[in-house]
Design a protein around this ligand. Structure first.
Ligand SMILES: [Zn+2]
Length: 406
């Protein structure tokens, strides 16, 4: 038998790639884990598991961990992901950008924030410098790539940001200059989609299938995980529910339209409700939340209105996508017990048949969710497109495993 083991990354579509993805994800989810347990849980042959793990150890994705204890007999060697594999994560926001170093498990080793520059050229220069310094500060790590969450939509083919109304930059390319500066591959993803990846990879639900993430900040974004796949659509524009107009004569939106859902449901909208249409700036959104927490009635009313408006968008999302779970990401979730009954009611009223989708706030705070999503974005090239592996894929992979290792 001739073993084909090389360091080339298997594409996820081949039997070999699928098996590798299964094993890597099982190690990630259940680490530390023995080879015997990997074979048992995956349904793959012991020999297949051994070949794949040998390769993963050689490629330094996986390392030997602790030695397990059994009542008698041999002590199995446990495997775990190599914590020295690292990812640079960037959360680009209209006002503040966060840059972080994360290990393969989504644990952040260092993090810093900078004011978001006013144009993409300056941003590319500043981010390049910061990222290079961060790499220098961690000489013990093997950097895998850079993941960037963007407050806009991305044309995947051209890797250019084509729609970012709240960022107010022209169409831009961050990928090429950052890759030149760091020597690492850059992957970009829309912020809401990044939050979907964070949920699918690091979230509480083990095997999500139909999950929608609604991000509420300066705007409202929607990321769609449908039948186990992240949806992008043409020009990466799938999920722009925030720009569905609810009132043609409503306030002007960053997209150029009027009365979009996001001009009623975003943080900016809540601030407007608080000011009751007076011209003054009023409190920032975090301050508005503090006021509400302290029982300020005007702030609570503003939040109530925001929750009503978030609820108003649920009907479109539920009718269009039929998710089993809707996860909310945003600072407003800090007052979840106050806002959730309003949203829950709207969700219950939107369901035509069956039980309403579960709604909950994201486990991580917004910036961490987006950063974790970019970590998953970089890793998914090696681990496969999603954590979910279909039963039939196991069987397919097992049937073809002989061809894989011979
Ligand atoms: Zn709009």
């Amino acid at each position: 038998m001739r073993r084909i083991i090389d360091t080339q990354v298997a594409t996820s579509g081949t039997a070999r790639g699928i098996n590798r993805g299964i094993v890597l994800n099982l190690i990630r989810r259940r680490q530390p884990i023995s080879r015997a347990d990997l074979a048992r849980v995956s349904g793959l042959q012991r020999s297949t598991v051994s070949l794949i793990t040998e390769q993963l150890i050689r490629e330094r994705w996986v390392v030997y961990g602790s030695t397990g204890r059994l009542p008698r007999g041999r002590r199995p060697t446990f495997l775990q992901l190599n914590n020295r594999r690292a990812i640079l994560a960037v959360d680009l926001r209209p006002a503040i950008t966060t840059l972080a170093v994360s290990d393969v498990n989504g644990r952040f080793l260092s993090q810093q924030s900078v004011q978001t520059p006013t144009n993409p050229d300056i941003a590319a220069k500043i981010f390049s410098e910061k990222l290079r310094v961060m790499m220098d500060e961690h000489p013990d790590l093997v950097f895998e790539g850079i993941g960037i969450s963007i407050p806009g939509r991305l044309d995947k083919k051209r890797q250019r940001v084509v729609f970012a109304p709240n960022l107010k930059w022209p169409e831009f390319d961050l990928k090429a200059p950052l890759e030149r500066a760091t020597g690492l591959q850059v992957d970009m993803e829309n912020a809401a989609n990044a939050c979907v990846l964070a949920e699918v990879w690091f979230g509480q639900t083990e095997r999500p299938q139909n999950l929608v993430v609604v991000t509420v900040s300066e705007g409202v974004g929607v990321g769609i995980f449908s039948d186990g796949h992240l949806l992008h659509g043409a020009n990466g524009m799938a999920g722009e529910f925030g720009h569905i107009s609810l009132n043609e004569k409503g306030p002007l939106c960053g997209c150029g339209g009027r009365g979009c859902w996001e001009v009623y449901a975003s943080n900016w909208a809540a601030r407007r409700y608080y000011r009751q249409n007076e011209d003054s700036d009023g409190p920032s959104f975090p301050d508005l939340l503090l006021l509400a927490e302290g029982g300020d009635r005007q702030a609570l009313r503003a939040l109530d209105q925001m929750a009503q408006e978030i609820g108003r968008g649920m009907r479109t999302i539920i009718a269009g996508l039929s998710p089993s779970e809707i996860v909310f990401v945003g600072e407003f979730t800090k007052l979840w017990s106050h806002v959730s009954p309003v949203i829950e009611k709207a969700v219950a009223q939107s369901v035509l048949i069956g039980s309403p989708p579960r709604i909950r706030p994201a486990a991580a705070e917004p910036s961490i969710a987006r950063l974790r999503g970019t970590v998953a974005l970089v890793l998914q090239k090696h681990f496969g497109p999603a954590a979910r592996i279909e039963e039939r894929q196991h069987r397919f992979a097992e049937r073809h495993s002989a061809a894989v290792v011979q």
